[in-house]
Structures are given as structure tokens and as C-alpha cells.
Design a protein around this ligand. Structure first.
Ligand SMILES: Cc1ncc(COP(=O)(O)O)c(C=O)c1O
Length: 400
């Protein structure tokens, strides 16, 4: 009998976490590394939110809570859904977890049986296919091509749906491309879903508030209220409020699903951190104006990154609608050689050579289901970003 379960053969460690760990290791070895790999804002958690966390400690709010969140936070989440998304949820339809990641995981664990299919549009966030697989489901990848702005077409969605399809996992603005679905794009997706009442929608709206001029965020149940009863609307405080380490994510959805997710959570982590929950109450109920200022700062960086990458021979970089990532194609560099003789056979070889020779950490496209691309997170200070782009330019120019 082997120690590890057969489940382990279906999943791999997160490639983005692996890049972060490798970067830390190389830095410990004294290498000068600039990481464009991290999926988190470089801004600090705002003071008023941190103060609420400290107050929670001082007030002794340090005990177990209800498994899927304190009532005050659920109410704040209902208010947020109404304020931002025109969605009316009641606290019984809300679940709070240790990050959006745990929400997604709980939902898949609660609903998938062996053989159930989950449609995952690519390029996808690295965790979706593995979370589906470990929950017993089968990921069905629908490719989003660069010429379609990395968006899944309604025709491709229609073709991927079978009687075994349980969920569509939907993410806009997207990690890793930053591509957003406008209300018009979403309308066409919703029309397909209306024709298939057995398909549920898990919409990951984590980057809702990092949306740039010309793009307006919408979420499926808002665009098509008839989908409300089979939609899990997932969001969190990690990206909008720079609270990645606090680990609070949440979702609104039909009560039977929320109850099942609560059962899973009560038998795993019990509840999300009590202190973080109080900080999240302040995040959602407190001032919201800094969010737009931060989005403007991200948009300025996006423009610099996109312009500079497009000046590089062999690199093509579409302009994202939101989030803090770009996902350029390196089709024009495949087959070239570094001065040290390394051949750029694919995007993984590109990312390795870029790290080894130039000290720039990026994540290769295959990790997100689309090659030959790489992902840059531009959530870092202007000077570091300029230096990183200089090094990428020099590295690409050195290839022959
Ligand atoms: C698309 C997407 N969804 C969900 C998450 C998870 O966020 P968290 O667990 O920090 O709430 C991330 C984090 O990188 C993400 O990029």
C-alpha cells in the first residue's frame, strides 16, 4: 500500500506559488531577482482596516465564530452585493471562508461527483483545474484565443456543454490575462447558459474593483437575473483591499449550496480567522474611495508595461481591461537561442532562461493553459518595474 492517495496524482503544486518560493530561494543565495510573479497588490492594507483588526484583538474577539462567518460580516457582504452588483442576498445565502480559494474549493467539494464535468475557460487561474480534479470532477478546458481578446466565445461554450456539465467557472477581469467580459459579452454567454438549465455558474469576481477606463464590470446574475438561482457569486477582500494575508473570501448563492459549503468548512477549518473577519467588516463598510485611486495607479502601470513589451521584437502584448497582469505572446521568440546556447523551445524554457540569465521571475503560459505566453504581474513599484522591463528587453534582444 502506498502512502499517498490516488487523488495526489491528479494535482500538482501551484506554479505561481512555486515561482514565489524559487524567487525567495535565489534571493537567499544572494541573487538580485525582481519578481513579476506574485498575484498580490503591492499597496499596504489601509490603516483603518488594520486598526479594525487590532481593535478586534483588544476587544477579545479572538474565539471561534460561526463556521461560515459572523453575522456582521454577512450583512456587510449583502450590502456590498446590493451596492456594487444590484444583487439581493440575505445573510443565509452568504458564505465566508479563508480566502476566495477556500470558497471555490468548498463549493466544488460540496457539488462534484466522480465524472462530473466543469468548464474552465483558458487561459485560466492555475488553481481551477486542480481544484476540480481533486474534488472528483473532470475539468473541460475551453480555449480563449488571443485574437478574441482571450475571451471564450458563446459558440465554444455551447460546444463544450454535455449532460455531465455541472459548472462553468467564470473569471472576469481574468487572472492571468486581465481580459474582462463587458455586459454585451456576458449577455451572449448568459444566453447559452439559459439554454442549459443543468449548468451552474461559479463566477470569480475577485478583480471586480481593478477595472480600467473603458471597461465596466458586470457579473452574470446581474446581467441575467434568471441565472441567480444557479449562480455562486465569489469575491473577496484580498485584491481590492490589499488584504491577501488576512485570508477572507466570500460568496453569495442559493441556500442549499451555502449550507453544504458550511458543512464542509465546519469539518475542515471550522471558521475563517475571527480577527480578519472584523477587519473585513471595516473594509466593506468603511471608505471605498482609495480603491478607485489604486485602480488608476494600476492602469498607469499597465500602459507602461504594454507599450514597452510591444516594442520588443517577437513579443505581442494585448491591452488588459483590468486586474494587474499582462499575458504577452512570445510566438516570435520560440526556437531562438540565448548567448549561452539555451534554446527557447517553449514558454517554460523562456521563463527559466529569463530567471537564470536576467534575474526576472515570471510565470510561463502553459501553467495557465495557453502557450506560448508568459504572465507578468505589474503590482510593484515604478522603479522596479522599469528595471524589470529593461532586463526583459535586453534578454529578448540577446536571443538569436
Ligand atoms: C482569479 C483568482 N481567484 C481567486 C483567487 C484567490 O484569492 P484569495 O484566496 O486570496 O481570496 C486569486 C488569487 O490569486 C485569483 O487570482
Amino acid at each position: 500500500m502506498t502512502l499517498l492517495s490516488s487523488k495526489m496524482s491528479r494535482i500538482k503544486p501551484s506554479p505561481t506559488v512555486a515561482v514565489t518560493s524559487l524567487t525567495a530561494q535565489l534571493r537567499r543565495e544572494g541573487r538580485d531577482i525582481i519578481s513579476l510573479g506574485a498575484g498580490e497588490p503591492d499597496f499596504p492594507t489601509p490603516d483603518h482596516i488594520s486598526a479594525a483588526g487590532k481593535r478586534a484583538i483588544d476587544d477579545g474577539k479572538t474565539r471561534y465564530t460561526a463556521p461560515d462567518g459572523i453575522h456582521e460580516l454577512k450583512t456587510a457582504i449583502c450590502d456590498k452585493f446590493l451596492r456594487d452588483n444590484d444583487l439581493t442576498y440575505v445573510p443565509e445565502q452568504i458564505s465566508v471562508s479563508a480566502g476566495g480559494k477556500q470558497i471555490l474549493y468548498n463549493a466544488l467539494m460540496a457539488t462534484l461527483d466522480e465524472g462530473d464535468e466543469v468548464i474552465v475557460p483558458s487561459p485560466y487561474w492555475v488553481s481551477y483545474p486542480d481544484m476540480v480534479a481533486v474534488s472528483g470532477g473532470t475539468p473541460v478546458v475551453v480555449e480563449g484565443r488571443m485574437e478574441n481578446g482571450f475571451r471564450m466565445t458563446p459558440e465554444d461554450l455551447e460546444a463544450a456543454i454535455t449532460p455531465k456539465t455541472k459548472w462553468l467557472i467564470f473569471n472576469s477581469p481574468s487572472n492571468p490575462t486581465g481580459a474582462g467580459y463587458s455586459a454585451t459579452h456576458l449577455r451572449a454567454i448568459c444566453d447559452v447558459l439559459l439554454r442549459h438549465p443543468h449548468v451552474w455558474v461559479m463566477t470569480d469576481d475577485m478583480y471586480e474593483h481593478i477595472a480600467f477606463a473603458g471597461f465596466e464590470f458586470s457579473t452574470p446574475a446581474q446581467v441575467e437575473p434568471d441565472l441567480f438561482d444557479r449562480t455562486l457569486t465569489v469575491n473577496g477582500v484580498s485584491k481590492a483591499y490589499s488584504m491577501t494575508g488576512w485570508r477572507i473570501g466570500y460568496a453569495g448563492g442559493p441556500e442549499p449550496l451555502i449550507r453544504a459549503m458550511r458543512t464542509i468548512q465546519s469539518q475542515s477549518t471550522t471558521n475563517p480567522c475571527s480577527i480578519s473577519q472584523w477587519a473585513a467588516v471595516e473594509a466593506l463598510n468603511g471608505p471605498q474611495d482609495f480603491i478607485a485611486d489604486r485602480a488608476v495607479a494600476f492602469q498607469r502601470r499597465r500602459d507602461v508595461v504594454v507599450d514597452r513589451l510591444n516594442e520588443i521584437d517577437g513579443v505581442t502584448c494585448p491591452k488588459p481591461d483590468g486586474a494587474f497582469y499582462v499575458f504577452p505572446s512570445i510566438a516570435g521568440l520560440i526556437g531562438k537561442k540565448t548567448p549561452e546556447g539555451l534554446i527557447i523551445e517553449n514558454d517554460e524554457a523562456f521563463a527559466k532562461a529569463l530567471l537564470q540569465t536576467s534575474g526576472i521571475a515570471v510565470v510561463f503560459g502553459a501553467a495557465f493553459g495557453l502557450s506560448p505566453h508568459f504572465r507578468i504581474s505589474y503590482a510593484l513599484a515604478d522603479d522596479d518595474l522599469t528595471q524589470a522591463l529593461d532586463r526583459i528587453e535586453t534578454f529578448c534582444a540577446s536571443l538569436s
